[in-house]
Design a protein around this ligand. Structure first.
Ligand code: ADP
Ligand code: ASP
Ligand code: MG
Length: 407
């Protein structure tokens, strides 16, 4: 049995007209002889509407009940789409996460997949041409509903493709592939034909929401070829795959940005062994992901420690550091949500020096101040003021020769 996994995001299933386009993509896969597992997101805006609704009913919604609510978004879209397919004479049925099941841990709102009963899908595909599966959701061993984090339908799709065994996974969205940067921010962004898992991993973790980071982790681990395509065109899209020597020849493959950043500075803390541990251990135990960290050069054994977290974690991070600081010397705690991160990414950086200097110079000439810097083998990230992000993306995009040549 030749199986293809096709995932369609929120804007692809927004309304009846969009779903007709989705049906066209499914039909052409059937015409090529595939049995199809269609993974759907909630209709555009629905997950946000449900989230807002929860806060109208509760100041601090119970995480498990929040997931029970959020999973209804995908339940709605798969039921509607399965109905449409059946009306067109295609044998289809919907399937929710718990019906497979997709078993996850109990980390509500950001659960990790532990196992997928792919046999259920194979069996159902014996009597159906298409299974329409709800993305973004699973259940715990104890059958409580969970969600996989925002953008999690990408992960559902790739995980199912991996569980079915080296099946190609097509991710349909509202742009026709992965671009050198967000095409909504930079008009000169170029579509990339092929990108390595490693670069895509950095692009996603640095904020490019076109693929959820965990979906790329799955694809990389199980070597699932992922193609990013548009529901609204016939462009061949972008293939996310193993790195090859051609890719290394490219110095910088993309620029990503992340506006979900908040900065916290502990002013005037003692510079002695154990201070960082006293601050960062409780943050990690509190489940808070700390991104960038810098410590200022100390004077008289006193220093400043600055770190960044996701904006949704800021309140909790502040209450944790306030508690820590109450038990040690600290002149004050500052925080700022008007910051964002811009990153330059490319596997070619491994073998070339000077990329960081070029990036800093380009930002300097654009009069953009860098607040913090972090680097890895294939990435340079700078924290800057949020209102300068779009400009920074465009400046760096041009600096590294990524702009589409002018006509
Ligand atoms: P879906 O609802 O289909 O899952 P998303 O909104 O999650 O779609 O992701 C698609 C969006 O990702 C695009 O509309 C685009 O604005 C944004 N994006 C950010 N960075 C990139 C990039 N490098 N290439 C393509 N799209 C990007
Ligand atoms: N509906 C979920 C979200 O909006 C999952 C997804 O679209 O991938 O985040
Ligand atoms: Mg998405």
């Amino acid at each position: 049995m030749n199986i293809l996994v096709q995932k369609f995001g929120g804007s692809s299933v927004a309304d009846l007209e969009c779903m007709k386009k989705v049906r066209g993509k499914v039909r052409s896969a059937l015409d090529k002889g595939f049995k199809v597992v269609v993974v759907l997101s909630a209709r555009a805006g629905q997950t946000n509407r449900l989230l807002e609704m929860a806060y109208q009913y509760s100041d601090d919604p119970d995480p498990a009940e929040m997931d029970a609510l959020l999973t209804t978004g995908e339940q709605e879209s798969v039921a509607l789409f399965a109905m449409m397919l059946r009306d067109s004479g295609i044998t289809a049925r919907s399937m929710l996460g718990f019906q497979l099941p997709i078993v996850t841990d109990e980390d509500y709102g950001g659960a990790r997949i532990l196992s997928i009963q792919a046999e259920t899908l194979r069996k159902a595909l014996e009597s159906h041409e298409v299974i329409v599966m709800a993305g973004f959701q699973g259940c715990t061993e104890a059958l409580r509903l969970t969600t996989l984090g925002r953008g999690g339908s990408d992960t559902s799709a790739v995980a199912v493709a991996a569980a079915l065994g080296s099946v190609e996974c097509h991710i349909y969205t509202d742009v026709d592939g992965v671009y050198t940067t967000d095409p909504r921010v930079c008009a000169k962004a170029r579509k990339i034909d092929r990108i390595s898992y490693e670069e895509m991993l950095e692009m996603s973790s640095m904020g490019a929401k076109v693929l959820q980071i965990r979906s790329v982790e799955f694809a990389n681990r199980y070597n699932v070829p992922v193609r990013v395509l548009s529901t609204f065109s016939d462009n061949p899209g972008t293939l996310v795959m193993q790195e090859d020597h051609m890719m290394e020849a490219v110095l910088v493959s993309g620029i990503a940005y992340d506006k979900d950043q908040a900065r916290v500075t502990l002013v005037g803390v003692p510079d002695k062994p154990g201070v960082s541990a006293r601050i960062f251990v409780p943050l990690s135990e509190g489940g808070i992901l700390v991104d960038m960290i810098i410590q200022k050069a100390s004077r008289d054994n006193i220093t400043d420690l600055t770190f960044t977290v996701s904006r949704k974690d800021l309140k909790r991070a502040l209450s944790i550091v306030e508690e820590v600081c109450a038990g040690m010397e600290c002149q004050g705690i500052e925080h700022d949500t008007g910051v964002s991160k811009v990153s330059v990414i490319g596997v070619g950086m491994r073998n070339h020096s000077g990329v960081a200097a070029r990036a800093f110079n380009a930002l300097y000439h654009a009069d953009i101040n860098i607040i913090m810097i972090s680097t890895s083998e294939i990435k340079i990230s700078c924290l800057i003021a949020e209102n300068e992000v779009d400009r920074a993306v465009n400046v760096l995009h041009q600096e590294f020769g990524l702009d589409t040549p002018s006509q």
